[in-house]
Design a protein around this ligand. Structure first.
Ligand code: BGC
Length: 355
C-alpha cells in the first residue's frame, strides 16, 4: 500500500521545526527525507529475495546532520561542485563567493542549499508517492545574484525508481547547478570497493590539485583507471599509480555523459553481487561526478550503529561541469531572468543474478 507520512524530526537551533517525510510505494520500498538540506536519510532497495534494506549513508538525528561535513543525502546548490578562486563574472560584474574548499567555492559555499530548511509537502504523482521541497534563495545569498525559487520533487515510483525533478527560476540572470549528494552502498554495510560500476562515458575531466578542471581537461578514459565503459569493480584500479587518482585520493571526477534524444541518457549502473542489487542512473545532465567517498573520516558515526570511513559509500552526482561559470568552453549554467531551470535524474533499483 502506498503511503505518505509527515512527522516532526527535530528543531533547528533557532527553534524552526524540521519535518521528516516517509514515502512508501506499493512494493514496500521506502524513502525518508527531512526538510533540513532536503536530506534523504533512508532509501530501501530490494535484493534477489526481495528483502528491502537501506542503501544510503546517513545519521540518526538532526543534531548529527547539523555537525556533519560530508553532505550525506543532501540537496546541493546553488552551484554543485567547485567554482575556481570562488569568483565568476556575469555581464561584466564579478561575483565574489566564499572560499570553503582551499581557494575555491564548493557546493554553493558554507551555507549552501544542503544546510537550508526547505518546505516539504506531498505532491501529486502519476505513478508512486511524491514529496515536493521548496526553497527561496535570496538575491546575494552566498554571493550569488538573483532571488532563486527552487523546487525539487522526489518521486518514488511503483517500479522502484527514485525520480528527482529540479526546477528553478530567478528574477535576475544567475548561475545554477543543482544535484543530490546521496552516498550509496548497495550491500548496506562495509565498503563499495567490490561494487561493480559502469559509467556511460568515453571521457572524464582531468583536474588540478584543487579538483578544478585543467585547461585541456577532456581526457579519453580508454587505457586509464577511469575506464568504466564496461562494468568494473570500483576497487580494481583505485590503487594504481596515476596522477589523477592521487590528486583526488581516489575517484572524484566528472565523467562526460553523451546526451540522449529522449532527454534522459543512461549515466551509470552499480551492481553488488552478494545481494544482487543493481542501481541504474539516468539523467538530463551532461556530466556525473563519481566520488568514491575518499574523504569520509574513519570512525564517522553513522545510522543505527554503523561506523563509516573511506569508501563506505559512493556518490553519482549528476550535474554540469565544475567551474562552468568560468569556462565558456563548457555547457552553460547561466539561467536568464524569467526562464526555467529544469533537470531530471532517475535512480532505478532492482536485483539480478549477475552481470
Ligand atoms: C566532491 C568531493 C567532496 C565531497 C564532499 C563531492 O561532491 O567532489 O571533493 O569532498 O563532495 O562530501
Amino acid at each position: 500500500m502506498e503511503s505518505f507520512t509527515k512527522t516532526v524530526y527535530g528543531e533547528m537551533p533557532d527553534g524552526t521545526p524540521v519535518h521528516q517525510f516517509v514515502l512508501t510505494n506499493k512494493n514496500g520500498m521506502q524513502l525518508k527525507a527531512i526538510e533540513y538540506g532536503g536530506i534523504i536519510t533512508h532509501l530501501t532497495a530490494p535484493d534477489k529475495q526481495n528483502n528491502f534494506i537501506d542503501v544510503v549513508l546517513g545519521h540518526d538525528s538532526l543534531e548529527e546532520y547539523l555537525q556533519s561535513d560530508f553532505y550525506f543525502g543532501a540537496l546541493i546548490g546553488r552551484y554543485g561542485n567547485r567554482i575556481a578562486n570562488a569568483a565568476f563574472e556575469l555581464d561584466g560584474t564579478t561575483y565574489e563567493l566564499a572560499a570553503n574548499n582551499g581557494p575555491n567555492n564548493l557546493h554553493g559555499g558554507p551555507d549552501g542549499f544542503d544546510s537550508a530548511v526547505w518546505n516539504g509537502e506531498r505532491a501529486e504523482s502519476e505513478d508512486g508517492v511524491a514529496l515536493i521541497l521548496s526553497y527561496t534563495s535570496k538575491d546575494g545569498e552566498m554571493g550569488f545574484p538573483g532571488t532563486l525559487s527552487v523546487e525539487v520533487i522526489y518521486n518514488l515510483t511503483n517500479d522502484n525508481a527514485l525520480e528527482i525533478l529540479y526546477r528553478a527560476t530567478s528574477d535576475k540572470k544567475t548561475v545554477v547547478n543543482l544535484t543530490q549528494h546521496s552516498y550509496f552502498n548497495l550491500a548496506g554495510k562495509g565498503d563499495i570497493l567490490d561494487h561493480y560500476l559502469e559509467i556511460n562515458a568515453e571521457q572524464f575531466l582531468a583536474v588540478d590539485e584543487f579538483s578544478i578542471p585543467v585547461d585541456d581537461c577532456f581526457t579519453e578514459v580508454e587505457g586509464t583507471p577511469f575506464n568504466f565503459t564496461m562494468p568494473k569493480r570500483v576497487g580494481a584500479d583505485i590503487e594504481t599509480e596515476d596522477e589523477q587518482l592521487s590528486l583526488a585520493s581516489g575517484y572524484d571526477h566528472t565523467f562526460v555523459i553523451p546526451q540522449d534524444e529522449s532527454g534522459l541518457a543512461f549515466v551509470a549502473s552499480v551492481f553488488e553481487a552478494d545481494s544482487g542489487r543493481i542501481m541504474k542512473v539516468f539523467s538530463s545532465e551532461p556530466g556525473v561526478q563519481f566520488y568514491s567517498g575518499n574523504f569520509i573520516e574513519e570512525g564517522t558515526s553513522g545510522k543505527e550503529g554503523h561506523t563509516y570511513g573511506k569508501h563506505s559509500g559512493l556518490c553519482l552526482e549528476t550535474q554540469h561541469y565544475p567551474d562552468s561559470p568560468n569556462r565558456p568552453d563548457f555547457p552553460s549554467v547561466v539561467l536568464e531572468a524569467g526562464n526555467e531551470y529544469r533537470s531530471v535524474t532517475v535512480y532505478e533499483f532492482g536485483a539480478i543474478e549477475g552481470i
